[in-house]
Write a protein that binds this ligand. Structure first.
Ligand code: SF4
Ligand code: SF4
Length: 181
């Protein structure tokens, strides 16, 4: 089934649901999640990296500014409403669909060398390659990215964001950066 958007997203013209918050891993699809979550907050209390917070409607939302997901499943185990799926977790299904994106705010676009995001990536999904002329290229290997968010907090200019796949994200996205490396 394709993406199902809600009324608010439709009225805002957000047909790709880009404004939709990131839910905890192994969440049910958004509409089911919203109707089943009972706002108990057990997942918030249990998360060892404190990345779950209450968002709009007192619904659990991920904030990668606080840290990364360890995929420990503690939030899922604590969820009694079924809005976080124990079945998906036990089946080792993909925890979510979002992946990393590096925006134009990246310092490397301004001739400032920075590798902070890549240094923190446990999957080596962000790769910097030297190029001729003292430049570097930043390559994102989307197929390796787990969406853990470890690369978000280290970025000094908030250039790293998480995005759900859409037409403008390809399996391996290469961004050539002009830089005085
Ligand atoms: S899987 Fe673990 S680290 Fe990730 S959000 Fe749930 S409790 Fe937090
Ligand atoms: S989200 Fe995690 S796996 Fe993906 S690039 Fe960032 S640190 Fe690496």
């Amino acid at each position: 089934m394709g993406l199902v958007i809600n009324r608010s997203e439709f009225l805002q013209g957000d047909l790709q649901a880009r404004s939709r918050p990131i839910r905890p891993p192994w969440s049910l699809p958004e509409m089911q999640f919203r109707s089943q979550c009972d706002n108990c907050g057990h997942c918030l209390q249990k998360c060892p990296t404190h990345i779950i917070e209450f968002g709009r409607g007192k619904l659990p939302t991920i904030n990668f500014d606080e840290g990364e997901c360890l995929f420990c499943g503690d939030c899922v185990e604590e969820c009694n409403s079924g809005s976080l799926s124990k079945t998906l977790f036990q089946q080792k299904a993909a925890p979510w669909t979002h992946k990393v994106q590096v925006t134009e705010k990246c310092l490397n676009h301004q001739d400032v060398l920075c590798r902070s995001c890549g240094d923190r990536c446990p999957e080596r999904a962000i790769v910097f390659r030297p190029r001729t002329g003292g430049r570097i290229s930043l390559e994102i290997k989307l197929e390796s990215c787990s969406g853990c968010g470890a690369c978000v907090e280290p970025c000094p200019v908030q250039a790293v964001v998480m995005a759900t796949p859409s037409s403008d994200i390809t399996p391996t996205k290469k961004t050539k950066l002009e830089n005085c490396a």
